[in-house]
Write a protein that binds this ligand. Structure first.
Ligand code: HEC
Length: 110
């Protein structure tokens, strides 16, 4: 790491730089909201370890066969592969698991 940042700060930067272009935090537009997909993943994988593992693997290679949100795939089309390495995606998934997106930016238009 070039910068001296904590893991959660790195996760926040990576997440906001690379995911929120399509995934608004609280609003489903061209992709399900972060609140929405986090809720679905937490229901399927309550344990952080499993949550992070499944999400980072899925985002590395999005596939209809392994999607747990087929309704979203049907509605928006499959998420494109972004080309991030597994470690980066794990950091992002950990940040998503730890952050309460329902409380942040209250009053924000997202
Ligand atoms: C170019 C737009 C785009 C970007 C950028 C994007 N996504 Fe998505 N994502 C989508 C769309 C559309 C869906 C809904 C269809 C689907 O599930 O494949 C989706 C679905 C998902 C899902 C649900 C997977 C499932 O089981 O179907 C997760 C988790 C997810 N995205 C995480 C991320 C993360 C983390 C990032 C940032 C690293 C990210 N996305 C960046 C468009 C995007």
């Amino acid at each position: 790491m070039i910068l001296n940042l904590r893991a959660d700060e790195v996760g926040s930067l990576l997440f906001h730089g690379n995911c929120t272009t399509c995934h608004f935090e609280n609003k489903t537009v061209s992709a399900p909201s972060v609140v929405d997909f986090k809720e679905r993943y937490k229901a399927a994988f309550p344990e952080k370890k499993e949550f992070v593992k499944y999400m980072s693997e899925w985002v590395e290679h999005p596939k209809k066969e392994t999607s747990i949100m087929l309704d979203a795939v049907q509605k928006h089309g499959l998420m494109p592969e972004l080309g991030f390495d597994r470690e980066t995606l794990q950091t992002i998934a950990e940040y998503i698991y730890e952050t309460d997106f329902t409380k942040k930016h209250s009053g924000h238009k997202n």
